[in-house]
Design a protein around this ligand. Structure first.
Ligand code: GRF
Length: 224
């Protein structure tokens, strides 16, 4: 898989909330560490901060309220059509709080990435930080993965690991992890944009090699 590195990739970002991960993509595109353009931001909720972040830098931002659709399938169809109208190379789920139908996932298979705030396969679903604390885990983290029809079950591209400290609340731990999310997610997108990363029959090929289940191993430091 070789892509010309001169062609800027097109990214659509899906959000439901604050959009701090979206901001990390906006910043990475601006500073050149991500060789891509965010061509649209789509939110299933009106009035969220992420929409403001997009508007601030002139990115087309669209609200597609799932409540105005009869079924999950109809929402996903409309969402897919809007996404497709922007001809993206990559679709980034950044705090997008909707379960996607297998039909939607298969429509964009290999182009859909998500970030999840746990060391998957541990703690798919919600309340990941509290669950890690309650379990007495010594470390927690975040996982960037390709999206497959199984919820939070797609193969891992890269993980960031952080310690769980004695007095951590879910909020404190979430903040510590989020700082790392903002580093690994644009980085994973850049690998994709460089043509280094491909989903093949449920496995990831990274730089022409089969990636192990734990993803790319990376030493990262907290920038905060
Ligand atoms: C992040 O913790 C991400 O891992 C999860 O939802 C949160 C989104 O935060 N999927 P933000 O909207 O990007 O600030």
């Amino acid at each position: 898989m070789t892509h010309s590195s001169t062609h800027r990739r097109r990214i659509v970002v899906l959000i439901s909330g604050g959009g701090s991960n979206l901001q990390s993509f906006i910043d990475a595109c601006a500073d050149g560490s991500l060789n891509a353009d965010i061509v649209a931001v789509i939110s299933n909720k009106a009035g969220v901060k992420g929409l403001e972040r997009a508007a601030n830098v002139g990115i087309p931002n669209i609200i597609l309220d799932h409540n105005s659709f009869e079924s999950r399938g109809e929402f996903d169809q409309a969402l897919g059509d809007v996404i497709e109208s922007f001809s993206p190379d990559l679709i980034i789920l950044a705090g997008f709080m909707r379960i996607l139908t297998p039909h939607f996932v298969n429509r964009f298979l290999g182009q859909l990435m998500n970030i999840h705030p746990s060391l998957l396969p541990k703690y798919p679903g919600l309340h990941t930080h509290q669950r890690a604390i309650d379990a007495g885990d010594s470390e927690a983290g975040a996982t960037v993965h390709f999206v497959t029809p199984e919820l939070d079950g797609g193969p891992t591209i890269v993980q960031a690991r952080v310690p769980v400290l004695k007095d951590d609340t879910a909020e404190i731990l979430a903040g510590r992890i989020l700082a790392f999310e903002h580093q690994i997610y644009p980085l994973a997108a850049e690998w994709f944009c460089q043509g280094l990363l491909e989903l093949q029959d449920g496995d990831i090929i990274f730089d022409n090699q089969l990636l192990p289940a734990e993803g790319v191993s990376l030493e990262i430091r907290d920038k905060t």
